[in-house]
Design a protein around this ligand. Structure first.
Ligand code: PRP
Length: 174
C-alpha cells in the first residue's frame, strides 16, 4: 500500500532482521519445550506470523482479543476480554506476543490474568516499546525496538483500523 504523508521509522528490512534475532533468542531459551505463543489481536498478527516462521522449535499459537480500557477503567487498567483462549494454559510455557507496549496497562492486566491460570512460565515479547508513555511499571522479557513517543502505524499497527498492511513501520505526517 502506498501513502504520501508518512515518514518511515523502521523499514521492513530492519524489522525482519530484528525479528530473526528475537526468534533466535526464543529458540534458544525454550529449547526442549513447546511454548504456547498468545497473540493479542489485532496489532500483533503480522509480528506473530513473521516471528513463528523464524522459531526453530515446535510452538503452538492461540489468540486473545481485549478491549482498550475506557475512561472509567483507565486508572485501574482493567481491560475487557473480548475473545479468550481456546484452551487451558495450566502447566504450559506461555509467551504473550504484542506489537507495542505503551502505558503498560494492557499487558500488566493480561499478565496477571494469565498467571492466575497456572502456566508453568509466562513471558512477554513485544516488537515495540514506548517507555516514555508508561503509567505502570512493566518490563517486557523480549523487545524488538524502543521507539519515541510518536504515533506509529504499519506492520500490524493501525490508525482508525487503517494502515495495518504497510510493510514499514511509519510515523504519519501532515
Ligand atoms: C494496542 C497494543 C496493546 C495495547 C498497548 O492495542 O496492541 O494491546 O494497545 O497499549 P497500553 O500499553 O497503553 O495498554 P490496541 O488497543 O491499539 O488494539 P489493536 O491491537 O487491535 O490495534
Amino acid at each position: 500500500m502506498e501513502i504520501e504523508n508518512k515518514e518511515v521509522l523502521l523499514s521492513a528490512e530492519e524489522i525482519e532482521e530484528r525479528v530473526e534475532v528475537l526468534a533466535a533468542q526464543i529458540t534458544e531459551d525454550y529449547r526442549g519445550k513447546k511454548p504456547l505463543l498468545i497473540g493479542v489481536l489485532k496489532g500483533a498478527v503480522i509480528f506473530l506470523s513473521d516471528l513463528i516462521r523464524h522459531i526453530k522449535i515446535p510452538v503452538e499459537i492461540d489468540f486473545m482479543a481485549v478491549s482498550s480500557y475506557g475512561a472509567d477503567t483507565a486508572s485501574s487498567g482493567v481491560v475487557r476480554i473480548l475473545k479468550d483462549l481456546e484452551q487451558s494454559i495450566q502447566g504450559k510455557d506461555v509467551l504473550i506476543v504484542e506489537d507495542i507496549v505503551d502505558t503498560g496497562l494492557t499487558l500488566n492486566y493480561l499478565r496477571e490474568n494469565l498467571i492466575s491460570r497456572g502456566p508453568s512460565s509466562l513471558k512477554v515479547v513485544t516488537l515495540l516499546d514506548k517507555p516514555d508513555r508508561r503509567k505502570v511499571v512493566f518490563e517486557p522479557d523480549y523487545c524488538g525496538f524502543m521507539i519515541p513517543d510518536k504515533f506509529v502505524v504499519g506492520y500490524g499497527l493501525d490508525f482508525d483500523e487503517n494502515y495495518r498492511q504497510l510493510a514499514d513501520l511509519c510515523i504519519l505526517t501532515d
